[in-house]
Write a protein that binds this ligand. Structure first.
Ligand code: HSE
Length: 311
């Protein structure tokens, strides 16, 4: 049997929601897994890269591959181990630009294996296994559910994720610079502890974010998309970010500008009325410091990971 899954890109944090808020974008990875019948053929992993990325060479093609690890955990969940498997990973989502490429392949491996095994795991189990591998639920949950998602990760490993009613006309301009930043490096610059006033600052802003989304309140959203828990520590890793935020502050149509996940990409939440100007502001700030960027304006997709083929 052969199963193919499609999984959206995601952006985590959204400013105030460090490690708990994320949204899904209509850019996709495609994962196919096939149980082969030839005993002893082992694991075969193929990667089809849609972006000709150098870093794809470094992705393991053996049992250290993260898709394989996700599949193995699901087999283990039902007391089995995968034997002969062919895995194909088609990377529509650029790698290491913090568009949730790792969350997407983890989720893809899990939902494809779940289909292959006859649905032993429900959504809560898939969320919990995927979050355990990724280390935080903010990309995983929107990759599974689609939309804008708020997630809680409890001490016992359970994940509770709730979709928020994101207005369709709030778009995301995602600005992807031409250099990589691994989440590991970007997490390594964060402090172990933060001042109480900064924790309270984010608490206030994330509460406002939820209310803004529920009431479609653009002014409240503008106020809410701020952060003191991670962005201030990461700006040194993303040259031009402060300048871009400053330049966009009073631009018509901009609802907020945040670091996308752990960076280096930047996400501008906007109302769709001034897209070209927004793109121009970002690209010229980066051009001034010799950073090239790909910039796309996309809606949030309400559709999460799904099985698109089964044979
Ligand atoms: N919440 C994670 C971080 C997201 O900021 O490190 C990584 O995409």
């Amino acid at each position: 049997m052969k199963v193919t899954a499609q999984i959206p890109a995601t952006i985590a944090n959204l400013g105030c929601g460090f490690d708990c808020l994320g949204l899904a974008l209509p850019i996709y990875n495609i994962i196919t897994i096939e149980e082969t019948v030839l005993p002893g053929s082992g694991i075969e992993i193929n990667i089809i890269d849609e972006h000709n990325q150098d870093n794809v060479e470094n992705i393991p093609r053996d049992k250290n591959n993260i898709v394989y690890k996700a599949i193995e955990l699901l087999y283990n969940y039902i007391g089995q181990s995968p034997n002969e498997l062919k895995i194909s990973i088609k990377t529509g989502i650029p790698v290491a630009r913090v568009l949730g490429s790792s969350a997407s392949v983890i989720v893809g491996g899990l939902i494809a294996a779940n289909e292959l095994l006859g649905h032993p795991a429900d959504e809560a189990v898939l969320l919990s296994i995927a979050t355990e591998i990724e280390g935080h639920p903010d990309n995983i949950a929107p990759a599974i559910l689609g939309g804008v998602v708020l997630s809680d990760w409890e001490e016992d490993g359970s994940v509770v994720s709730k979709k928020l009613p994101w207005p369709e006309d709030w778009l995301v301009t995602i600005c992807i610079p031409d250099y990589e930043l691994s989440t590991g490096i970007s997490r390594s610059v964060l402090p172990k502890e933060v001042p109480m006033k900064d924790a309270v600052y984010n608490l206030r802003h994330s509460a406002m974010f939820i209310q803004a989304v529920h009431t479609r309140d653009e002014e409240l959203l503008k106020l809410s998309l701020k952060d003191r828990l991670h962005q201030p520590y990461r700006t040194k890793l993303v040259p031009g970010m402060n300048q871009i935020m400053e330049n966009l502050k009073h631009t018509e149509g901009v609802l907020g500008c945040v670091l996308a996940g752990a960076g280096p990409s930047i996400a501008v939440i906007q109302d769709g009325k001034n897209t070209d100007t927004i793109k121009e502001i970002v690209s010229s700030a980066w051009n001034n410091i010799n950073v090239n960027a790909q910039i796309y304006t996309l809606p949030v997709t309400d559709e999460g990971a799904k099985i698109i083929l089964q044979q």
